[in-house]
Design a protein around this ligand. Structure first.
Ligand SMILES: Nc1nc2c(ncn2[C@@H]2O[C@H](COP(=O)(O)OP(=O)(O)OP(=O)(O)O)[C@@H](O)[C@H]2O)c(=O)[nH]1
Ligand SMILES: [Mg+2]
Length: 320
């Protein structure tokens, strides 16, 4: 745990309910470099609890309906849930985001579900840089974190950059599976779901097509399951929940959860340095003591802060 982490602030966030989370996220948006916030992010980074699940796929396949169903299922099992709904910019109306709470049919009184909408990065509909910080905060507080993103090629790679388990959601009869094979993201999902299976034979055909194009193994010992589901009819959800738990257990057994999250932290750090200081900054950061690599458990937030200070004051002599 970094010396400057603030576990007390994390305890307060955990105890403070939705109001506390909303206020921390507002601070994050207003002043991401605030030292108190940085100390909280360090503590959250060290205090991960929940499984982070990405729900991705083309527009309209039923991702939000499936997410709602998963939320209800988790709540019945008394798990708390944080939800991040990434809105493509096209959905923004006059700068405001459409209310995702409307799109997930939820009980507004339930303190165990927190939903946050985030705008997508303009470029290619990928994730905004703040998404990673929100994921780290939420996974330190909730038992399960769900991230819904519309898949438009690049964004599946982005969602894999913040999630432990990626669920690719498709629907029957739209040629999506062929599209996915062509776009070369067959390696990304850990679980695939053909939703709208109430459409019958078409769904079974889509499942067969998908099984043919997906990478059979996602790393050693994990065969990517292709499930049939109907989010509206509530079918296939138990199977999905079982595979989600199975994947979490698989990551824990292999020790690959730590590795996956460390790689996500390093790639976020690299993006952050590139965004602030460009390619030349990246080269200079790589040359600093410690460079762009993170030691086991090291906070990427703290590291970005240190690197930014070192690069912003090139003649200050040291990067303390
Ligand atoms: N027949 C059928 N329709 C479904 C099912 N699941 C979702 N739908 C319908 O499909 C439409 C789109 O559902 P959403 O959950 O909004 O889909 P989405 O993937 O979140 O859509 P975007 O976020 O806009 O990309 C809605 O009209 C749903 O009622 C299903 O299992 N069967
Ligand atoms: Mg949706």
């Amino acid at each position: 745990l970094s010396e400057s982490a603030d576990p007390g602030a994390l305890d307060a966030l955990r105890a403070g309910g939705k109001r506390a989370m909303a206020s921390v996220l507002a601070r994050l948006e207003a002043a991401p470099a605030d030292p108190a916030l940085l100390a909280l992010l360090d503590a959250a980074h060290a205090g991960a609890r929940g499984q982070v699940i990405g729900i991705t796929g083309p527009p309209g396949v039923g991702k939000s309906t499936l997410t709602s169903a998963l939320i209800r299922l988790q709540r019945r099992q008394e798990r708390t849930v944080g939800v991040i709904a990434v809105d493509p910019s096209s959905r923004r109306s006059g700068g405001a985001l459409l209310g995702d709470r409307m799109r997930f049919e939820l009980d507004p009184e339930d303190q165990g579900v927190f939903v946050r909408s985030m705008a997508a990065r303009e470029r290619l509909g990928g994730l905004a840089p703040l998404t990673y910080a929100v994921v780290v905060l939420m996974r330190a507080v909730y038992d399960v974190v769900l991230v819904e993103t519309v898949g438009v090629g690049q964004s599946e790679t982005d969602v894999a950059g913040v999630c432990d388990t990626v669920v690719l959601c498709l629907q029957p009869g739209s040629g999506d599976s062929l599209q996915y094979m062509k776009s070369g993201i067959a390696e990304i999902p850990d679980i695939a779901v053909v939703n709208k299976a109430d459409l019958g034979q078409l769904a079974r055909q889509a499942k067969a097509d998908l099984e043919a194009v997906l990478a059979p193994e996602q790393g050693p010992g994990w065969r990517v399951p292709v499930l049939l589901a109907s989010a509206t009819a509530g079918r296939g959800l138990d199977d999905l929940a079982r595979e989600l738990q199975g994947h979490a257990a698989h990551l824990a057994e292999q020790g690959s959860l730590t590795a996956r999250r460390a790689a996500q932290g390093e790639s976020w750090l690299e993006d952050g340095v590139r965004e602030a200081f460009g390619r030349i900054g990246l080269d200079r950061a790589a040359g600093l003591p410690g460079g762009l690599a993170l030691a086991p458990g090291q906070s990427p937030f703290r590291r970005l802060h240190e690197i930014s200070r070192a690069l912003a004051e090139p003649y200050a002599g040291s990067s303390d």
